[in-house]
Design a protein around this ligand. Structure first.
Ligand code: ATP
Length: 460
């Protein structure tokens, strides 16, 4: 069982940042971080990259091993995380995908180049097919960046393939140049805006998905590896970014989904390992898309991008704490979908025809309004779509509803407790006020009360 690889990267100071650094390196894994109150925290991660670190070093350590495994059918996910303007997009893409200075190239173009190099050196043992998809999660909608007419892609779950993006465009790519061409086209469609923190701020989470199918010539087996690279939108504080109107709404949605990601990681890393914990993957599109990666059936690397300036210390601290938490996720990736090509061939020649035949038969039998519903049922029967009626799906949906209900009840109790506290304070204030109002009267009554009590005491 291997853990997630978590690295931190401190970008160079920007022209707006004051020239006091909040980080002091100790060794390649350890550094001391000083916050704005001058409290010191020591962090140990898998690797720390400082402002002078080059893009190639980040790629070699963080992404290369995952890319190689993905070509060998072990799923992998690489995520850039951090405050807005901290260097996520720079690390992921570099200054541009195409025609960019070789040494400034980011993780994505390096992964693409590396993947096709790896494939061509393995060509004599297997033939490979690479497909590429690209989506962004903008305002809680999954948009297909390779076909903007698909503005609300549904996320589905299939027993054999895991999480799927229903109907997403998948383009076959045969070399690095072709892949980079599609990636650049998709990127031009990504939602980008301007905040006070970053003149070119990503307003969406962007996921680049590669499916690498390997058909072995020797043992006639087919394996598939999925490689996902995710450039997250940055967490931000509205007062610092000067966000208002649409940008503020975007920021709220971004922060909400990043909180959902934090909650999933907390749920995955807390609680008793023996007891199945409810993981709230369905609380956001981001966590749902990353469900397989976070759930352990994937190698995962997280790059925590940070500003080196004390002026951003609180955001950096929270990014680093997020990274520390993610390090405790247990991953147990395994080669996916290993099938004998022969068996697949046999089954596909029979099953595919059979499947199509059945679909057509049923459609011919009942060409009515129910066709679509029926087709859906056929797909579910064939395992092409995951049935919402299946026990597992119902159970997770039930758990989601139960956990949401518990959460809202807890919130109501907290609100009631606050109300009680406020009422008690108000009550106390009223009593004190009443007492103050009655003081002159009481003062007048007091000697009479004492003397009558005194008299009754001696006469009894
Ligand atoms: N390691 C680095 N070396 C040089 N410049 C960098 C580095 N990291 C970031 N920058 C620069 O800092 C600025 C902000 O970086 P970037 O756009 O990557 O931030 P981001 O985290 O993606 O922000 P957002 O969440 O708002 O999209 C850019 O001008 C970028 O070129």
């Amino acid at each position: 069982m291997s853990n997630v690889t978590v690295c931190a990267r401190f970008r160079p100071l920007s022209s707006k940042e004051i020239r006091d650094l909040c980080v002091r390196g100790i060794d390649p894994e350890t550094f001391v971080f000083q916050d704005d109150k001058e409290d010191e925290f020591t962090f140990s991660l898998d690797r720390v990259f400082y402002e002078d670190s080059c893009q190639a070093a980040v790629y070699d350590f963080l992404a290369l091993p995952i890319m190689i495994d993905a070509v060998n059918a072990i799923n992998g996910t690489i995520i850039t995380y951090g405050q807005t303007g901290a260097g996520k997009t720079y690390s992921m893409e570099g200054p541009g995908l195409q025609d960019c200075d070789e040494h400034k190239k980011g993780l994505l173009p390096r992964v693409v180049d590396g993947m096709f190099d790896q494939i061509s050196s393995s060509k004599d043992i297997a033939s490979f097919t690479v497909k590429l998809s690209m989506v962004e999660i903008y305002m809680e909608k999954v948009r297909d960046l390779l076909d903007l007419s698909k503005g609300n892609i549904q996320i589905k779950e299939n027993k054999t393939q895991g999480i799927l993006l229903s109907g997403v465009t998948e383009v076959p790519v045969s070399d690095s140049a072709e892949a980079l061409h599609y990636l650049s086209t998709g990127l031009a469609n990504r939602a980008v805006g301007e905040t006070q923190m970053n003149i070119s701020s990503s307003r969406s989470h962007c996921a680049y998905l590669f499916t690498i199918q390997q058909d072995s010539d020797k043992d006639k087996r087919t394996k598939t590896g999925k490689l996902i690279l995710v450039d997250l939108a940055g967490s931000e504080k509205a007062d610092k970014t000067g966000a208002e109107g649409k940008v503020l709404e975007e920021a709220k949605t971004i922060n909400k989904s990043l909180s959902a990601l934090g909650n999933v990681i907390n749920a995955l890393t807390s609680g008793s390992p023996s007891k199945a914990n409810h993981i709230p993957y369905r609380d956001s599109k981001l966590t749902r898309i990353l469900q397989d990666a976070l759930g352990g059936n994937s190698r995962m690397a997280l790059l925590c991008c940070c500003s080196p300036s004390t002026s951003n210390a609180s955001e950096t601290l929270s990014t680093l704490r997020f990274g520390m938490r993610a390090k405790h996720i247990k991953a147990s990736p395994r080669a996916s979908e290993v099938k004998s090509a022969k068996t697949q061939e046999e089954s596909s020649s029979i099953t595919k025809d059979e499947k199509c035949g059945r679909i057509l038969e049923k459609m011919k039998e009942r060409m009515s309004n129910e066709d679509i519903k029926m087709l859906e049922e056929v797909f579910i029967q064939e395992g092409i779509i995951f049935s919402p009626d299946s026990i597992e799906e119902v159970e997770t949906a039930y758990e989601d509803v139960a956990s949401k209900t518990i959460k809202s009840l807890q919130q109501t109790v907290e609100e009631l407790l606050l109300k009680i506290k406020k009422l008690e304070t108000d009550n106390k204030g009223i009593q004190e006020q009443a007492l103050r109002n009655y003081v002159p009267d009481l003062v007048g009554k007091m000697p009479r009360f004492i003397s009558s009590w005194y008299a009754s005491f001696f006469t009894s």
